[in-house]
Design a protein around this ligand. Structure first.
Ligand SMILES: Nc1ncnc2c1ncn2[C@@H]1O[C@H](COP(=O)(O)OP(=O)(O)OP(=O)(O)O)[C@@H](O)[C@H]1O
Length: 476
């Protein structure tokens, strides 16, 4: 089957960027990625959270002839991207469990013509695995109108990834059955092992593949670990910190005038607190409210209307909605620019989850802070949770990831940015302009750890988890 004939459309890139996406310039190396995709290469993109990965497949889809199928695991992400594209007058749509049967039929009829009008079709990997959908794609393929397959959150393909989804593995069908359709995959969180696995599973060949592996470092994020124990209430530490931020904004006259000119409230310090427990969401939000902080809970057990309202008002910076206390599902696909802090109330289950959740801070490029509250009791609870999870298909990988995060929390001798980049396989230490607790003051950090952690059994647990102890050199 001959491949899609490609237009030499690179000249349109800048025009499309301005016209459709309302951006003035590319972030390096978005242009190179887009040109490689338009040239028909397979492309693997690894870039930091908020880098702008979506543009790398959306812009070629707008320029190129034919349809781009986007495979995404996250419904909220799909909906947001489709809505934004529609607003820019791009014919985008999605098929997922929320799609009405009428809309689904309309989209399938569009595919069945072999010459679809839809330019980007977002689908779940489960949808891609159905015979009916595959048959529709074959029709489009035979008409040489299948421009490209884009796999977002591509780490889900690998059993070594933190979010492995078996249905993602079935995406190998594309190369096996539609061999000359280019594939672009994108992720923020692939270790070298995951990257190799994704490339092998999808059947991407060296001869046709361009890999763009950018740094995972987010220079504007300040990372710090705060130590705690079950015997102490770290709420007060957090409250004091947040009130301190409010006060500094109020005391700095220039800043105050600037905020007032923009009609911004002094206490609108937008943030997310992540907790593993639904009950914490409610209790903590209510406690913060009683201390004058506009905080709201967000978790899967709340009614949809309440969640939608909270999200909408938080995004709008409405009074009373400055801080969202949420379980980890919150934030997927949310592109709020001015999130000034992300706090983890306990150690999360994986290194990648921590990186991704922290990455929701500072998407506007301004300085923001990522605080992790860490105790050895929480560490043991996290270890128990992961080791007892029913789905143990990639348990070794998950334990390795958790161990790396524990090492990150326990370390008092290395830059936090360096540890994060090291985990994702970067050889060079990134620049850190006093943007972590270790660079700020290593002695204070060490003292805080000695004082803050109660349980002394770390050595024992280290031994127990010894076979997963991989330091920060990645999962090699
Ligand atoms: N060239 C550009 N100039 C200005 N803004 C850009 C550019 N490219 C992307 N953006 C903006 O950057 C933000 C993040 O983009 P996007 O959601 O694609 O990030 P991402 O890499 O998928 O991040 P994450 O992994 O955190 O979801 C969006 O608001 C997007 O509009």
């Amino acid at each position: 089957m001959p491949g899609l004939s490609r237009s030499n459309s690179c000249v349109d890139i800048d025009f499309t960027l301005r016209r459709k996406f309302k951006k003035t310039s590319f972030r390096p190396p978005q242009r190179e990625v887009i040109v490689a995709a338009l040239d028909g290469h397979d492309v693997f993109v690894q870039a930091a959270t908020s880098f702008g990965k979506s543009l790398c497949f959306q812009l070629p889809a707008v320029i190129d002839h034919g349809i781009t199928i986007v495979i995404s695991p996250l419904l909220s992400l799909m909906t947001d991207q489709v809505n934004a594209l529609k607003a820019a007058d791009v014919d985008a749509a999605s098929i997922n469990r929320n799609t009405s049967s009428q809309e689904r039929q309309r989209l399938l009829r569009d595919l069945a013509t072999g010459h679809p009008l839809t330019r980007l079709l977002y689908v779940t990997p489960e949808q891609c695995a159905t015979d009916s959908f595959r048959n529709h794609l074959r029709i489009v393929y035979e008409q040489k109108e299948l421009a490209r397959i884009a796999v977002d959150e591509a780490h889900c393909i690998s059993e070594w990834g933190h979010d492995f989804r078996p249905s993602f593995k079935q995406l190998k069908w594309f190369r096996e059955n539609l061999p000359d359709v280019p594939i672009i995959c994108l992720t923020a969180t692939a270790t070298p092992q995951v990257r190799r696995d994704v490339i092998a599973t999808l059947g991407l060949l060296d001869t046709k593949l361009k890999v763009f592996a950018m740094t995972t470092s987010r220079k504007n994020l300040h990372y710090e670990v705060r130590f705690k124990s079950d015997e102490e209430d770290h709420y007060l530490d957090f409250l004091q910190w947040l009130k301190g931020v409010h006060k500094r904004r109020a005391d700095n006259l220039a800043r105050r005038a600037e905020l007032e000119a923009k009609k911004e409230r002094l206490d609108n310090v937008s943030g997310i607190i992540y907790t593993l427990y639904r009950s914490d969401c409610e209790a903590l939000a209510s406690r913060l409210r009683s201390d004058g902080i506009g905080a709201k809970p967000y978790h899967a057990g709340l009614h949809n209307e309440e969640k939608t309202e909270t999200l909408k008002r938080w995004v709008n910076d409405d009074e009373g909605y400055d801080v969202v206390v949420a379980t980890t599902a919150f934030g997927m696909g949310i592109d709020k620019e001015n999130v000034r802090f992300v706090a983890h109330w306990q150690i999360p289950k994986s290194f990648e989850g921590f990186y991704q959740e922290s990455g929701r801070a500072g998407r506007d490029g301004n300085a923001s802070i990522c605080i992790m509250y860490y105790s050895r009791e929480d560490r043991d609870r996290a270890y128990n949770r992961v080791s007892k999870e029913k789905d143990n298909s990639n348990q070794e990988a998950r334990l390795k990831s958790l161990q790396s995060l524990i090492n990150y929390c326990e370390a008092t001798d290395t830059c936090r940015h360096e540890m994060i980049c090291g985990y994702f396989g970067e050889k060079e230490a990134p620049e850190c302009d006093y943007a972590c607790d270790w660079h700020r003051d290593p002695k204070t950090l060490k003292r805080a750890k000695d004082r803050g952690l109660q349980s002394q059994d770390f050595v024992a647990t280290q031994r127990e988890m010894g076979r997963f102890d991989i330091g920060f050199e990645g999962c090699e």
